[in-house]
Design a binder for this molecule. Structure first.
Ligand code: SF4
Length: 509
C-alpha cells in the first residue's frame, strides 16, 4: 500500500500563504515584528508617480530573512522567492529583481538604523531588557577586498604608470589595425584598464586628502586591521552594546578605526538614542580603557568595569621584575614605598606633548638592596606617575572585589557569544557590499536579525504569542516616538566625536 501520489491533483480551496510556514517558524516571527514597525520614513522616500514600486516591507523582510539564514546575495534572495516557501510567504509570491533588492539595501542606511531602533523598542516593551547592565565589545570583520589591493601612494603611482603605458600600446595596435577609421567599439581590454585607472585615481585622491599611509583600491573605506588569529586584512570594526538580560543588542555601529578606544563616547550616545536611558553599569575589555574614558564615565555617573592593558598581566604574576602595583603610592608625602619598604621620593617631571606630564620617583638605595635582581636591571628603579593614575588604581580595586570579578565574568557570557553566533552560526565573516555606509547596512541588519532571534527564543520560553504581546504593549505609539527622538537627536548635532559631545548630549537630555 502507498499513500496517494498525484502531481496533477487540484486543490478544492485555494492555498493560503499563511499555510506556507509553521506557526512558530522564525520567518513568521520576523514577519510579524516588521509588520508592527513604523516605516513611514521609508515610504516617504518613494515617488507617488510612475510605475508602482515593490512594497518596502516586502524588501525589508526578504533581506532580513536572507541574512538570518546566511543568504546575502541579492541574486540568491531573488532565486529564493521562487523556490523557498518562507521567502514566498514573506514576498507574498512576488519576485523582485535582484537589482531592486540590491538598490534597496544600498540606499536605506538611515531607514535600516530606524528599523534597528524599533526592534530594540519591541524588546524593551516585551520586558527583555534588564536594569541597564550593558557590555560593550568590538570585532573585526573582513571587507570585500583583498589585502593585495591595499597600496601606498608609491605603489598606486607605479600602477597608474603601468596602465597608462599599456593603454598607449593598445592605442598603437588599434591605429595600425584600423588606420583613420573609427572602430565600432572600444576594445574590452582598454575599457577594463580605463575603469581600473579611474578606481586607482579615486583611491589616490582619498589617500592624499585623508593623509593615509595605505588605501585599499577595491574598498577605499576599509582599513588594514589585525584579526584575532593574527592575520592582517582590509576590514571594518563592528561595535555592539549588549544588554545582559536576554543578550539583546541595544546599540550597533561600524567604524573604520581599528582601535576600540574611541568608541565609548559614541556608543553611549547610541545607547541613549535607542533606549532612552543611560547604562547603569558598563562592562568592557581593556581595549576601551583610557583615562579620558574612565573620567567621562565617572562624570556621567556610569558604574564602569574596564581593566587597563596591564591588569591581567600583573594579576598573573609572571613578570620578570616587580610590577608597578607592588609599589605603594603615598599621596600626602608625594612618594612611593617599594617592596623592600624603602621610600622612593619624587625627583623630576618628564614633559609630554599630547599627554599630561609624568612625575618620576626614584629608588635611592637600590645598589645595596638584596631584592635588586627581582626589581630592576638598571642602577636604580624609577617609577613614573601620570596625574590621572588614581583612576586606574580605583578601577583595579573595583575589579578585584567579588562584585567586580563576577560582573567581568558576566561580560564574557553576554557580549562574546553574540559575535560567536554572528560569525560562526551565520557565517558573517566578510562583508558582501563595499564602502563604509553599505557595509554598515549589512552589519546593522545582522544585529536586527540577532534581536529578532532573541525575541523568538524569548516567546518560546515564556510561551507567549507575539501578536498578543504587540497588541497589549501599545507598541505602535511607542515606535512612532522612536523615529521622532532619532530626528531630534540628529537635529541637535550631538553625535560629534570627543567626550565634549557626550557631556553636551546629557545636558541636553
Ligand atoms: S631595588 Fe630599589 S626599588 Fe627595588 S626593592 Fe630594592 S630598594 Fe626598593
Amino acid at each position: 500500500m502507498f499513500k496517494k501520489y498525484d502531481q496533477k491533483q487540484q486543490f478544492l480551496l485555494p492555498l493560503s500563504l499563511e499555510d506556507f510556514i509553521a506557526e512558530d517558524h522564525m520567518g513568521r516571527i520576523l514577519n510579524d515584528i516588521i509588520d508592527a514597525i513604523d516605516i513611514t520614513t521609508i515610504e516617504a522616500k518613494y515617488s507617488k508617480d510612475g510605475c508602482p514600486a515593490y512594497h518596502p516591507l516586502l524588501l525589508i523582510k526578504i533581506l532580513l530573512y536572507g541574512y538570518m539564514i546566511n543568504i546575502r546575495s541579492s541574486r540568491e534572495i531573488h532565486k529564493m522567492t521562487h523556490t523557498d516557501t518562507a521567502f514566498m510567504f514573506l514576498a507574498a509570491m512576488q519576485h523582485p529583481d535582484f537589482r531592486t533588492i540590491c538598490r534597496f539595501r544600498s540606499t536605506h542606511l538611515d531607514s535600516i538604523k530606524d528599523v534597528f531602533s524599533q526592534v530594540v523598542t519591541v524588546c524593551k516593551e516585551m520586558g527583555m531588557l534588564g536594569v541597564g547592565k550593558i557590555s560593550l565589545d568590538g570585532t573585526k570583520i573582513k571587507a570585500n577586498a583583498s589585502v593585495r589591493q591595499s597600496k601606498s601612494a608609491d605603489a598606486l603611482d607605479k600602477e597608474i604608470d603601468k596602465i597608462l603605458k599599456e593603454s598607449i600600446e593598445i592605442d598603437k595596435a588599434e591605429d595600425e589595425m584600423y588606420g583613420d577609421s573609427i572602430p565600432y567599439q572600444m576594445p574590452k581590454e582598454l575599457v577594463d584598464k580605463t575603469k581600473r585607472l579611474e578606481k586607482i585615481k579615486a583611491a589616490k585622491k582619498k589617500l592624499e586628502e585623508e593623509k593615509l599611509e595605505k588605501i585599499n583600491v577595491t574598498d577605499n573605506d576599509a582599513k588594514i586591521m589585525k584579526h584575532k588569529d593574527g592575520t592582517l586584512k582590509p576590514s571594518y570594526n563592528g561595535q555592539i552594546a549588549v544588554d545582559d538580560k536576554e543578550q539583546v543588542i541595544v546599540a550597533a555601529d561600524l567604524v573604520t578605526d581599528p582601535n576600540d578606544l574611541h568608541q565609548v563616547d559614541p556608543m553611549i550616545q547610541l545607547i541613549w538614542a535607542t533606549m532612552g536611558y543611560r547604562p547603569s553599569i558598563l562592562l568592557a575589555d581593556a581595549g576601551y580603557f583610557s583615562y579620558d574614558n574612565i573620567d567621562l564615565l565617572n562624570q556621567i555617573g556610569i558604574d564602569s568595569y574596564i581593566p587597563d592593558n596591564f591588569y591581567k598581566v600583573e594579576g598573573l604574576g609572571k613578570t620578570k621584575y616587580f610590577t608597578k602595583s607592588m609599589f605603594r603610592f603615598d599621596k600626602e608625602n608625594d612618594c612611593y614605598y617599594c617592596p623592600a619598604g624603602i621610600t622612593m621620593p619624587f625627583k623630576w617631571v618628564q614633559k609630554r606633548d599630547d599627554e599630561p606630564d609624568l612625575k618620576k620617583y626614584i629608588g635611592n638605595h637600590c645598589s645595596v638592596c638584596v631584592l635588586k635582581n627581582a626589581c630592576t636591571k638598571a642602577e636604580k628603579r624609577i617609577i613614573s606617575r601620570d596625574p590621572r593614575e588614581h583612576l586606574m588604581e580605583d578601577m583595579r580595586k573595583k575589579l578585584r572585589t567579588e562584585k567586580g570579578e563576577e560582573l567581568y565574568q558576566e561580560r564574557m557570557s553576554t557580549v562574546e557569544p553574540v559575535f560567536g553566533q554572528m560569525k560562526q552560526n551565520r557565517g558573517f565573516t566578510e562583508f558582501l557590499l563595499r564602502g563604509k555606509d553599505k557595509a554598515k547596512v549589512e552589519f546593522i541588519m545582522m544585529c536586527i536579525v540577532h534581536n529578532i532571534e532573541k525575541i523568538g527564543e524569548f516567546l518560546k520560553r515564556e510561551a507567549k504569542d507575539l501578536k498578543e504581546v504587540l497588541r497589549k504593549g501599545n507598541l505602535l505609539d511607542n515606535l512612532g516616538n522612536i523615529g521622532e527622538i532619532m530626528m531630534n537627536f540628529a537635529g541637535k548635532k550631538l553625535f560629534s566625536s570627543g567626550n565634549g559631545g557626550l557631556i553636551n548630549f546629557f545636558n541636553w537630555i
